[in-house]
Design a protein around this ligand. Structure first.
Ligand SMILES: NC(=O)c1ccc[n+]([C@@H]2O[C@H](COP(=O)([O-])OP(=O)(O)OC[C@H]3O[C@@H](n4cnc5c(N)ncnc54)[C@H](OP(=O)(O)O)[C@@H]3O)[C@@H](O)[C@H]2O)c1
Length: 274
């Protein structure tokens, strides 16, 4: 099989091009008449989505899990969205030079087809960005609002009033949703009121918990690289208290990519709310 292809195992067994695999999910259709929320992770077989960063401190996506083939699919998911969820942690890392721009389609010629796809759909040039944060302890770099992209901030009642005012001066409205934390259900209701339909979480396990606990995560995209890493602290797809009831997901599609990391391989799984 050529390296430009993967083997789809479910629903139908067939060889398919890697490029276009997730564009074909046509998420905009799913969000035609209601908000539709989806999240994406790449993990090791033992479930690690982040490991300690020995050089810069904090946690980071493991370098021996992140890969260009999965990144392509990440971009295919991001380009379809009206709104991308990110976090205070991301903006702190971005300011410190530890994180890259989420959507790379505009500065990487490998993704020119995705820019053309979005233009062809008649969408705004880029999805807007919503930052979820309790502390509001982050700068909003000018680069993020470049090109007319809206950056919204959603916080909870613990947030500092002066910091809210300062952010409002810089970027516009800051929304307060929830007492101790932003609640997933209220968050999505607010985004729907603001006319956002297709909402993509590029954030981590706490936001995944917020969305699952609020009953508003419609779809989980999970890439599993066929590698075992270990590492403490254990950082997995969801981080937060035991959910009141388990969230049962059904398999929508599964593809095997034998080419990642020179034959190590990875599985591209997509799971939907029942
Ligand atoms: N492997 C992967 O696919 C993948 C994907 C995404 C992220 N990651 C990794 O996961 C780690 C954590 O990522 P992350 O920080 O973006 O995501 P996160 O764990 O989902 O969110 C952490 C931050 O978001 C804010 N937050 C989350 N839930 C909140 C709520 N309900 N209410 C108010 N604020 C809330 C807080 O910001 P404040 O501290 O500002 O209050 C919190 O510190 C990073 O190391 C990242 O690299 C891996």
């Amino acid at each position: 099989m050529s390296s430009s292809h993967v083997t789809q195992l479910f629903p139908a067994h067939e060889t398919r091009p890697l490029e276009g695999l997730y564009l074909a999910h046509d998420l905009r259709k799913a969000a035609a008449d209601r908000p539709f929320v989806y999240a994406n992770f790449v993990a090791s077989l033992d479930g690690r989505i982040a490991v300690p960063d020995a050089v810069k401190g904090g946690m980071k996506v493991p370098l021996n899990v992140a890969n260009a083939r999965d990144w392509r699919l990440f971009q295919e998911l991001a380009i379809q969205a009206d709104l991308i969820i990110t976090t205070g942690r991301y903006l702190r890392d971005y300011a410190a030079g530890k994180a890259q721009e989420i959507l790379r389609v505009y500065d990487d010629p490998r993704f020119a087809d995705l820019v053309a796809w979005r233009t062809g759909q008649g969408l705004s040039p880029q999805p807007d960005l919503v930052v979820v944060s309790s502390t509001l302890d982050f700068p909003v770099p000018d680069a993020l609002t470049h090109g007319g992209r809206h950056v919204l901030v959603v916080t909870d009642r613990r947030a500092d009033a002066a910091r809210i005012q300062a952010l409002e001066k810089q970027i516009g409205r800051v929304y307060v949703v929830g007492d101790e934390h932003v609640r997933g259900d209220e968050f999505v209701r607010l985004m729907a009121d603001l006319d956002y339909r297709l909402i993509y979480s590029a954030a981590g396990p706490k936001i995944a918990h917020m969305l699952l606990a609020g009953g508003v995560l419609d779809r989980l995209y999970l890439t599993q690289v066929c590698r075992v890493l270990g590492a403490t602290p254990f950082s997995s797809v969801v981080d937060g208290p035991l959910l009141d009831t388990s969230v049962d997901l059904r398999l929508i599609s599964l593809a095997y990519d034998p080419h990642a990391f020179e034959g190590v391989g990875q599985l591209f799984g997509c799971y939907g709310r029942r």
